[in-house]
Design a protein around this ligand. Sequence first.
Ligand SMILES: O=C(O)CCC(=O)C(=O)O
Length: 251
Amino acid sequence: MVNIASLVDEILEGKGYVLLPSVLSTEQANEARSLVLKLAREQRQEGQLLIYENRERVYDLIYEHKIFEFMVQHSRVIEVIEAILGTDMTLGDFSAHILRPGASSMGLHIDYPYWTMKPPFPSFPVMEIQVIWMVEDFTQENGSTCFAPGTQKLCSPPDPIQFSKMAQKITGKAGSVVISHGLCWHDTSINSTLEPRVSILGNYNPKFVRPLRDPLHYMQRSVIDRASSKLKQLLGYEFQSAILNDFKRIR
Ligand SMILES: O=C(O)CCC(=O)C(=O)O
């Protein structure tokens, strides 16, 4: 049985990240990957896809398919994140990252909101937890994410020289998940294979942090109507309904 406390301890006081294998089945991972590549193809044709040097982003996945609704609130990841950010946490973003063949590394970074803040960053409360879904095998060759273990404890902006000495590539099977502290220095690596490498990224923040992207911007009524209370909470729906209620009162 997985011990939540030891996973939380590893994220806060250990390496700054944990790898959970087999959170999705291979079939589920394949389905999510195919959907992301299809969406990217459609958005590219419409000139809507965000592309930068062989790297692509597909945003607002939650409204695209039920499997993404399932992933964003998957109990195995939510229970770890809630133990760190609180049970009233919110979703900052849920998007896909495609590294096309030949893609270079995205650039060493820490996650939002830390990169908007002045160092030294506070060690408490934690401002962000990132979930990296491997929807295919992450290998030594296809652009796996690299982390510098323990750097979340430095509470400082990433240092490229130190990172190059410390970084470890996180490889794993399709369906695995990396849960990481937003302050842990990380980067992607080069995709030297002939296939795109797809990750799906969930960014979670405490309730008081303004999400980088408004998860309700592209809200679809059908998704909200069938959403669990946890998904509504993650999407910040209480704010939307409060605004609508206020509006009704004013009218
Ligand atoms: O796609 C990945 O492997 C990680 C991407 C990442 O860290 C980010 O977008 O902040």
